[in-house]
Ligand binder design. Sequence first.
Ligand code: 5GP
Length: 140
Amino acid sequence: MNDQTETIFAKILRKEIPSVAVYEDDDVYAFLDAHPVNPGHTLVIPKKPSKGFLDAEPEVLEKLIVAVQKITQAVKIGMKADGINLHQNEGAAAGQEVFHLHIHIIPRFENDGYEHWHGKSYTSEEEAEKTANEIRKNLV
Ligand code: 5GP
């Protein structure tokens, strides 16, 4: 047994904890977030667990993202949303609380008060280029 089997979402998948289902297939389960940013805020999880995005198998991600698109369409229409935020917190420093990969589908409405992050600026083109290089050299 690995540690992912003991997350709250593993218990939700095993129906040990109730959830309000939105969608289910062989690979994916989607349910309402218990503390929604807006009504209809939905969490989509792969049935095969990983802690997050980075340790998920590509085959799992393929099925997940296709399901996310389908569910997002339904959330947008069903909630009559003006827009949607797709969100995934990777790691505690990024705000991840449940370590079973999940994508947030957040319906958005004009002036709903949910704020975007506040961006900073690079001090120079050199700094931006150096920053991009730190990423490029780690692509595998
Ligand atoms: P994270 O911060 O890990 O990206 O998001 C975890 C999300 O799971 C939060 O938005 C939180 O409201 C939701 N959540 C935590 N526990 C439960 C639960 O027992 N049931 C449901 N439906 N959502 C939960």
